[in-house]
Write a protein that binds this ligand. Sequence first.
Ligand code: PEP
Ligand code: MN
Length: 334
Amino acid sequence: MKRNADEKHIEHVIEHVKKISLNPVPLHGTERTVVAVLGDERDVDQMRISAMPGVDKVMAVLNPYKLSGRETKKENTVINLGDNVTIGGDELSIMAGPCGIESAAQTEAAARAVKASGAKILRGGAFKPRTSPYSFEGLGEEGLKIMHDTAKRHNLKTITEIVDIRDVEVIDKHVDMFQVGARNMQNFNLLKEVGSTNKPILLKRGMSATIKELLLAAEHIMSKGNPNVALCERGIRTFETETRNTLALATVPLVKELSHLPIIVDPSHATGKPSLIGPMSKAAIAAGADGIIVEVHPNPEEALSDADQALTPAMFDSIMHELKPIADAVGRAL
Ligand code: PEP
Ligand code: MN
């Protein structure tokens, strides 16, 4: 659409696209709105749409990233979580908290600590996908309620993993952002379900997924109408066994070239080692990441999941201090 196109013009185009049985997905940028038209291009009467008021030009998008690609939207997507908390804007997003929500007291201690060190988003799983069926699988809705109440007291936003389409409603009610975990990156029904909500989503790269597959997974979400997707590099499986996964840092600048979506790095799951989380967080920010998501537990040795990679509050605090000069160097607020 033209820069000065008004809502009425945009609506008119959307109505027309629906009438010819194609799927219109508006992408609202700061400069202009792009109406992506999904479906068989042979059904599009380009001349007719070009002549509609407010339309700048009609163009075919040949690359596979119709909605997530830079070709479609030049400006970076900025996700707004409310209360001036954004992902992909000038300010870096720091998401921190325990791997799993274990109790009200544990969550309270974690929230207080991460807030004091400068995090604005509390992470924590209530539905945990575990390698063994005998491991702690989370507190379910009870965990979501603890997270909600605790975050409210500390003025934090929240993110939690969704593993089942049946939980969309209950998570939507208590938490600010969905996390789709590595194990579910290509759970297409789950992607479509969260894509049908308006809630922001952190989509984590599958441990054996290519960057192309990651972007196409985002495409699944966006094609359902939810543009608020942030990607997450959390390490991939390689032959290396000294680290839990291998952090593929080149994903960050490459995703910035290919896509307008924000990208967050998870150095906790990528390395599995507390001593490596600080250096990899700094490297992530230097490489252009929009933020980090890290595991912090008030008492790591008592953690019910991912105990050996959890940072203590003191370690997290010193990492936050070390990140400041890196953020300054790349022109990001922290
Ligand atoms: C998590 O964030 O706790 C998690 C399970 O991460 P991933 O899906 O990246 O393994
Ligand atoms: Mn974890």
